[in-house]
Design a protein around this ligand. Structure first.
Ligand SMILES: CC(C)(COP(=O)(O)OP(=O)(O)OC[C@H]1O[C@@H](n2cnc3c(N)ncnc32)[C@H](O)[C@@H]1OP(=O)(O)O)[C@@H](O)C(=O)NCCC(=O)NCCS
Length: 144
């Protein structure tokens, strides 16, 4: 397992997993914009040269938002999501970020378990946050 900073060459691989994992995936344009933003940091996870996961945070001042995290379905439940999240949290601390937020679907138990295990706590729900009408839970972790 290799975790490294993403580059624009990873765009196709990320877009493919994004489409596989989400009913409302980030478009190629949104992904491409994030590569260019100074306020975004992204990572990919590779197995023997194959891109199987990725994650990204956007940040401003001392706050960050976990904007993306996904592992291709057949590679899940082997610690890769944890490896990505740990690396993103470490990078956030390196940048003196004090707290991280995220939104997660109320139905997304695997992701919620990952976040709870890593010290994120639910703040409140955002009603009908997603295009299909599902609510989001907003979660926060203090980084110290
Ligand atoms: C969430 C996701 C990234 C987790 O990736 P993963 O590689 O399977 O996660 P890991 O194997 O590192 O698991 C770490 C922890 O997450 C939790 N977890 C992961 N999958 C779980 C599942 N299916 N059921 C319950 N808990 C789960 C557990 O707490 C687990 O710790 P444990 O193994 O000690 O029980 C993955 O399920 C995924 O890509 N889902 C689709 C995309 C997505 O929903 N992203 C989040 C958007 S908010």
């Amino acid at each position: 397992m290799t975790v490294r900073e993403w580059t624009i060459k990873d765009l196709d691989g990320i877009a493919a997993i994004e489409a596989e994992c989400f009913s409302d995936p980030w478009s190629r344009r949104m992904l491409a914009d994030s590569f260019l933003s100074e306020n975004f940091f992204g990572l990919v996870l590779e197995e023997e040269g194959t891109l199987v996961g990725y994650g990204g945070i956007g940040f401003a001042c001392d706050e960050a938002e976990l904007e993306l995290i996904a592992v291709s379905e057949m590679y899940r439940r082997c610690g890769r999501g944890q490896a990505l999240l740990s690396a993103l949290l470490a990078e956030a601390k390196r940048r003196d970020i004090r707290r991280m937020f995220l939104e997660v679907r109320v139905s997304n138990a695997p992701a919620q378990m990952l976040y709870l295990k890593n010290g994120f706590r639910g703040l409140y729900a955002r009603s009908r946050y997603y295009a299909d009408g599902e609510d989001a839970i907003v979660m926060k972790k203090e980084l110290d």
